[in-house]
Design a protein around this ligand. Structure first.
Ligand code: PEP
Ligand code: MN
Length: 366
C-alpha cells in the first residue's frame, strides 16, 4: 500500500483536539477558538456518537456539521468528525469536513468499513482509522486496505487502546506492541495516540501522551471541553483548553535518534550485551522445548494427559517468587511464562497426536 500522509507537518506532536461530542454551537465554537490559540492541527467533535446503550446521548446529528463549518470559517482550523455509514459520509462531505475518522466500533466491522469505503470512492478526502476495539491488528490493517482500494491515499491511524475485561488502570488498555507492529509494517503511516480514550480519566493523560511520544508516535488526539465535568459524554476524561496547554508544555520531546558518535558507541555496546543475552535466552528456551518434547513422548507412552494443573500452578508460583526476587514485574513474569507454557503444550500435543490434530493454536494470543 502506498500511503500518503494526512498531515504535512513533521514536527511532533501533531495535535488533534476538541470535544468528545458537539453539544451546542456555543460550546463547539468557544472550544475551537481556545484551541486555535494553541495552534492545534485539527479540530475534532463527534456529531454521531456510538454509545454503548441506547438511552445515552447519541450526538446532535447533522445540525452539528453547520457548527463545525462555522469553526472552520472563523478559526481556519481544519475539522474532523466520526463517520460510521454512507449517510454520515455524504453529510460530512456536503459540509466540507476536511478529514474523516472511523471509530473503533466501526473498524471492527468489515461490512461497515466497506460501506464507508464505497461511499468514498471518487473522493480523495483523508481518513484516519482508529484501532478496532479488540486487539486484532489484521482488522485494523484490513480497514486501511479497504479504503486504499477505494482510492483513498491519505490515511493515518489513531491508537485508542483495546477493551479489556480484567481490572485495569486504563479505560482501554494500550497494548503498545500492536501499534508498534503496525508502524513496523507501514513505516510511513502517521500514528496518533488518543490518550483520552486510553486513560478514561484526566490524571493519567500526560503519562500516556509522554509514553506515546517516547515510542515515536506522530501525534495526539485529546478530548477538550470548556467545562469537562458537565460534558454530555466522556466527562471524566475531558480537559479544558488550559489544561491541554499545560499538558503540551510538560511533554518532553526526545529525538528518535542521535548523530553523536560517542553516544551511539555507548548505546551500541549496551545493545551488544542485550543481543548476547537474547541469544542465550534462545539457547535456553530451545533446551527447555527439547525437554518438553521428551516429556511429551514419555507422557504418551504412559497415557498421561499433557496438563497437570498442580504442576502448572507450582511453576507459576515459583516463577513469580523468583521474578520478584530479581525485581521483575509479576505481570511480565506471568505473560512470559504463559507464552512458554503454551509453546510447551503445543509441542507435547504435536508429539502425542502427530497424525491427528493440527497444532500451532494460540499464535499471537499469549
Ligand atoms: C471518540 O473519539 O469520541 C470515540 C467515540 O472514540 P472511539 O471510537 O475510540 O471509542
Ligand atoms: Mn469520547
Amino acid at each position: 500500500m502506498d500511503i500518503k500522509p494526512v498531515f504535512e507537518k513533521t514536527e511532533r506532536p501533531i495535535m488533534i483536539a476538541g470535544p468528545c461530542s458537539a453539544e451546542t454551537e456555543e460550546q463547539v465554537v468557544q472550544t475551537a477558538h481556545d484551541l486555535a490559540a494553541l495552534k492545534i492541527d485539527l479540530f475534532r467533535a463527534g456529531i454521531w456518537k456510538p454509545r454503548t446503550r441506547p438511552n445515552a446521548f447519541e450526538g446532535v446529528g447533522k445540525k452539528g456539521l453547520a457548527w463545525l463549518r462555522r469553526v472552520k470559517e472563523e478559526t481556519g482550523l481544519p475539522i474532523t468528525t466520526e463517520v460510521a455509514n454512507t449517510q454520515h459520509v455524504f453529510e460530512a462531505l456536503k459540509y466540507g469536513v476536511d478529514v474523516l475518522w472511523i471509530g473503533a466500533r466501526t473498524t471492527v466491522n468489515p461490512f461497515s468499513v466497506q460501506e464507508i469505503a464505497n461511499a468514498l470512492e471518487g473522493t480523495d478526502i483523508p481518513v484516519i482509522v482508529k484501532n478496532p476495539i479488540n486487539p486484532d491488528l489484521k482488522l485494523w490493517i484490513g480497514a486501511l486496505e479497504r479504503l486504499h482500494k477505494a482510492g483513498i491515499e491519505r490515511m493515518a491511524v489513531i491508537h485508542r487502546g483495546f477493551s479489556y475485561h480484567g481490572n485495569s488502570n486504563y479505560r482501554n488498555v494500550p497494548r503498545w506492541q500492536i501499534p508498534i507492529e503496525l508502524k513496523r509494517q507501514f513505516p510511513d503511516l502517521q500514528i496518533i495516540c488518543d490518550n483520552s480514550h486510553i486513560c478514561g480519566r484526566r490524571d493519567t493523560l500526560l503519562a500516556v501522551a509522554q509514553e506515546a511520544m517516547d515510542l515515536n508516535f506522530d501525534g495526539l488526539m485529546t478530548e477538550v471541553h470548556p467545562n469537562p465535568d458537565t460534558a454530555w459524554s466522556d466527562a471524566a476524561q475531558q480537559i479544558t483548553p488550559q489544561q491541554l496547554e499545560a499538558l503540551l508544555q510538560q511533554l518532553i520531546l526526545r529525538a528518535a535518534e542521535s548523530n553523536d558518535r560517542h553516544l551511539n558507541d555507548s548505546l551500541g555496546q549496551m545493545r551488544h550485551q542485550i543481543d548476547e543475552i537474547d541469544e542465550e535466552l534462545m539457547r535456553l528456551l530451545a533446551g527447555r522445548m527439547k525437554l518438553s518434547e521428551q516429556i511429551g513422548m514419555y507422557k504418551k507412552q504412559n497415557q498421561i494427559a499433557i496438563l497437570q494443573p498442580n504442576r502448572w500452578n507450582d511453576i507459576l508460583k515459583k516463577a513469580k517468587k523468583m521474578g520478584s526476587a530479581h525485581n521483575l514485574s509479576p505481570d511480565f513474569v506471568s505473560v512470559f511464562l504463559k507464552a512458554i507454557h503454551q509453546e510447551s503444550i503445543n509441542i507435547q500435543n504435536e508429539v502425542m497426536n502427530r497424525a491427528v490434530a493440527p497444532t500451532g493454536g494460540e499464535e499471537g494470543r499469549v
